[in-house]
Design a protein around this ligand. Structure first.
Ligand SMILES: [Zn+2]
Length: 93
């Protein structure tokens, strides 16, 4: 088991991790698939399609840093997160 801590994810990623879906904050259009594909591109599909991204404890804060979940550079809230991967996944990288 390999755990990557101290990640920061955008609101879209946090919503997808917590609820399994997310929507554009302006239009309400469902962007779950787009965000999920961006996460898979960065982290791989993991076990049974789960990306292994989880929300961590702590308060969100405003940042323009790149989102560790999907790569977004939009300046907005970032939520503490972590990535959990099996040794097999790590070895495959
Ligand atoms: Zn993101």
């Amino acid at each position: 088991m390999n755990i990557t801590r101290d990640l920061e994810v955008c609101t879209d990623c946090a919503m997808l991790i917590a609820n399994g879906e997310c929507a554009d904050g302006i239009t309400g259009y469902d962007i779950s698939q787009e965000i999920a594909e961006a996460q898979v591109a960065l982290w791989g599909e993991g076990i049974d399609g789960a990306m292994g991204l989880v929300l961590d404890t702590g308060e969100p804060h405003f940042s323009s840093n790149r989102c560790d979940g999907c790569g977004s550079t939009d300046a907005a809230d970032r939520f503490p997160a972590a990535h959990i991967a099996s040794r097999l996944e790590v070895a495959g990288r």
